[in-house]
Design a protein around this ligand. Structure first.
Ligand code: SF4
Ligand code: SF4
Length: 501
């Protein structure tokens, strides 16, 4: 593929990470898609963005009172295809934004500034929504985000977009920021990153890796919840054999879809569920999540290839996918890092070395299927094919404890996977948990009655979640590591109970 004229941007990179087929259609072949996006959300975002920029440009460093500006916008709000609720929410977002800006009294140095980086190997373009100076003389580059979630600084330092911005800004000496500020439009939230702390040293390597994958044409579709707003869904191979033609895509889109973790969070503790899934408070990184992410990424990478990896290759992937987030100290991180390497070696000795290599039918397989009147979504770590045409589910666990066959047979997540795969036409002959710390596999299989019971349980639980009004906290085995403990009413009132957990 000729990448000579290819200008990389952060949105192109995130499209590549999300789904390579979509990336190819959008940016390499320029294939036309069918617009499936939510047009009113799109207009709301566009409207907010243009209003904020207009506010700063008109204001240009002077106070510009919110009510006057809002008055001027009101007619245009009505012209923008927004329904009453969207109109009201846009109005209050704009008011909130301007109130915050008045408090900050900033000076707009540049708006809509485009910067370039160009060397013999890569070309990058980044767009800065604003370059501002505060009353203390500190400067920030600002980018606006229209996403449905916001994120916390710890994760954002690790994210590729800030690193890419820093990489390009450093090559453009006229912009010298102290901060990178990310503004989440829908939450009226500014997240401020110290520009000096952003590590851009790996940017070029990551981009060259991406180019080499493009050269090898590793550009297959990867389905996920984002398929909802993909303009190429109509003829995407992942959605071609539409499994549920009787339930139109549009209908599915409007439903809340319950992943296993969403539902089990509700059952564990409605208070935590509300925080995470309704208020969309970002989940704080924790070491045991990070090591799990790393191990899953290594497994995903090896089982999507036709040849077995050697141990060296496995270690290289481990370093590539290492997530250094959420560890309480450098010592704890080092301990996890070393342990993770040992688990992979154990896995290699027990499941790869001297064994026939079998590429997976699918890794991180996304599913979205109805159960009763509701929908479930999720990802299955690996679907392993057997010679008799049946499949086995492989699910990686990095838990510190092993489980017995009896315990695994009660695992509802595995039951869900069998339920889903059978609905999708697979014949399932095994549900296996791979305990990475122990190099052990425990397998079970469910019968028709188990699946029926699961179906009823799922429907009842979703009905409960949907009719929930109070979202009371509920003590459970995960309270110990719960990020909402400081604000949890139960914890505040009855710390003694939590000590028992
Ligand atoms: S529908 Fe999903 S899998 Fe298909 S191209 Fe779009 S994002 Fe990729
Ligand atoms: S500490 Fe326990 S009870 Fe409180 S919010 Fe967290 S999980 Fe719920």
């Amino acid at each position: 593929m000729n990448l000579e004229k290819f200008w990389l941007s952060s949105s192109k990179y995130s499209a590549f990470k999300m789904c390579r087929l979509k990336f190819k259609n959008m940016y390499l072949t320029g294939k036309k898609g069918e617009f499936t996006g939510d047009s009113s959300t799109y207009s709301l975002n566009k409207f907010l963005l243009s209003s904020y920029l207009e506010y700063h440009q008109k204001n240009h460093g002077l106070f510009f009172k919110a009510p006057n500006f809002i008055k001027g916008l009101t007619n245009r709000l009505a012209d923008n295809n927004l329904n009453k609720d969207e109109f009201e929410s846009a109005k209050s977002l704009i008011e909130g934004y301007i109130t915050e800006m008045e408090g900050r009294s900033l000076k707009l140095l540049e708006a809509n500034k485009t910067l370039f980086y160009n060397d013999k190997e890569i070309k990058i373009v980044v767009k800065l929504d604003m370059y501002i100076e505060s009353k203390t003389g500190k400067k920030s580059v600002v980018i606006f985000k229209t996403t449905n979630n916001y994120d916390i600084p710890e994760n954002l330092y690790y994210d590729f977009e800030p690193q890419l911005i820093k990489f390009v800004v450093e090559d453009n000496p006229e912009i010298k920021p102290d901060y990178l500020e990310i503004f989440y439009l829908k939450f009226n939230q500014f997240i401020k990153l110290d520009f000096n702390k952003i590590d851009s040293s790996k940017v070029k390597e990551v981009i060259l890796d991406m180019y080499s994958e493009i050269d090898k044409e590793y550009l297959n579709p990867t389905a996920g919840p984002y398929c909802d707003w993909c303009d190429y869904q109509t003829d995407c191979p992942e959605w071609k054999d539409d499994k549920y033609p009787e339930i139109p895509f549009k209908y599915r889109k409007d439903k809340t879809r319950y992943s296993f973790s969403r539902l089990s969070t509700y059952l564990q503790c409605p208070f935590k569920y509300k925080k995470l899934y309704l208020d969309k408070v970002p989940q704080l990184p924790q070491g045991f999540f990070s090591i799990g992410t790393t191990i899953h990424a290594v497994m995903e990478s090896i089982y999507s290839k036709p040849q077995a990896p050697d141990l060296e290759n496995l270690n290289r992937l481990y370093d590539k996918f290492w997530v250094p987030l959420g560890y309480s100290s450098p010592e704890e991180m080092k301990e996890y890092y070393d342990s993770g390497k040992q688990w992979l070696e154990l896995y290699y000795n027990n499941f790869i070395r001297n064994q026939e290599w079998v590429k997976a039918i699918a890794v991180e397989k996304y599913f979205e299927i109805p159960i009763g009147n509701y929908f479930t979504i999720g990802f299955i770590d690996r679907i392993h094919p057997h010679k008799d045409g049946t499949v086995e589910v492989m699910d990686y666990k990095t838990n510190p404890e092993m489980k017995t066959t009896e315990e695994v047979s009660k695992d509802l997540q595995l039951t869900l996977y069998q339920y889903v795969l059978e609905k999708l036409g697979y014949k399932v002959s095994g549900l296996s948990l791979l305990f990475m710390r122990f190099g052990e596999k425990v397998s079970v299989l469910k019968n028709k009655d188990d699946l029926k019971t699961f179906e009823e349980f799922f429907i009842e639980s979703v009905q409960k979640a949907e009719s929930e009004k109070e979202y009371k906290p509920k003590i459970n085995e995960y309270c110990k590591n719960c990020q909402f403990k400081p604000e949890c009413p139960l914890f505040g009132k009855e710390p003694e109970q939590l000590k028992l957990v």
